[in-house]
Design a protein around this ligand. Structure first.
Ligand code: VOV
Length: 251
């Protein structure tokens, strides 16, 4: 069997999903002024991240996680892996981080593939609309769902042995399901080959939490997910804007 041809990808900002649990017992034990100083310092760091986003040099969102897998999820985008690491380290040096336990993290890069070239003779990567999708300002929608996934590589169901045309056809069907959710779901696909334990990260944003369930369920019936989709852990959360942070951390 001839080897199948890889699709070219366009890669944008680097992405860190950073999930932590709060050690509430320790957080409750420290004096009020220490807690307040930790919250102030956190606000100052978030203000720095906001300025980076204003300058379109990156983006971030913070969500509180529902369930026991974590308490907070930060999704951070930066132009380089180095900057991503710097953000992570600066966060780890804050007082607030002393009260956090690692829950999960995921390293990837915003990815678009070239399965569907829009215009002949134009490198899609040069198009402003592609650039905007590769370096997205993350939506501050009410709900998030994040999960890593693979494409199956087992027996007859081997995505990586399918030829380009077949994969493009299956992804076209997939995109038709996706487009039905326009305005209700915003998806960011990040690639993590060589970076993390799964092949892609899927981040979905919704105004109504039930839409997260609906799209994931409906897509299970698309051939690409039904036959080839393998999924990791799911994390679901509620948006935590800066102005709600102090109330969330109030004890
Ligand atoms: C809002 C919904 C939505 C829309 C419109 C959409 C469209 C598209 C298009 C047009 C393309 C192909 C070109 C590209 O841009 O790469 C993709 C690509 C991809 N998708 Fe998608 N997807 C959506 C949504 C969406 C969801 C919910 C999932 C999770 C699957 C599930 O079962 O839980 C997903 C996964 C992916 C993946 C892993 C890839 C990369 C596959 C690869 O082999 O490279 N995706 N997707």
């Amino acid at each position: 069997m001839a080897a199948a041809e890889a699709v070219e990808t366009m890669d944008g900002w680097y992405c860190l999903h950073d999930l932590r649990s709060i050690d509430w017992a320790s957080w409750k034990m420290v004096p009020n002024d220490v807690r307040q100083a930790a919250i102030d310092e956190l606000h100052a760091l978030l203000a720095k991240w906001d300025a980076v986003e204003e300058a379109k040099q990156g983006s971030h969102v913070v969500y509180t996680v529902v369930g026991q897998k974590a308490d907070i999820m930060m999704m951070i985008l930066r132009p380089t892996m180095d900057e991503l690491n710097e953000v992570e380290t600066a966060f780890n040096k804050t007082k607030f981080a002393d009260f956090l336990l690692p829950s999960y993290s995921y390293v990837s890069v915003v990815e678009l593939s070239k399965y569907f070239p829009q215009k002949k003779d134009v490198d899609p990567e040069t198009l402003p609309e592609t650039q905007a999708r590769l370096k997205p300002i993350l939506p501050k929608w009410d709900y998030i769902s994040f999960y890593p996934m693979n494409k199956r590589r087992a027996g007859e169901e081997n995505w990586y042995a399918l030829d380009f045309k077949n994969r493009a056809k299956l992804l076209y069907e997939h995109s038709k399901t996706g487009r039905k959710y326009a305005g209700r779901i915003k998806q960011i696909i990040t690639g993590s080959f060589g970076f993390d334990d799964w092949e892609w990260g899927v981040t979905l944003f919704a105004h109504d939490a039930i839409e997260l369930k609906r799209i994931v369920y409906e897509m299970r019936f698309d051939e690409v997910s039904a036959k080839y989709g393998e999924f990791g852990e799911f994390f679901v959360g509620n948006h935590l804007p800066n102005e709600k942070l102090a109330a969330f951390l109030q004890v």
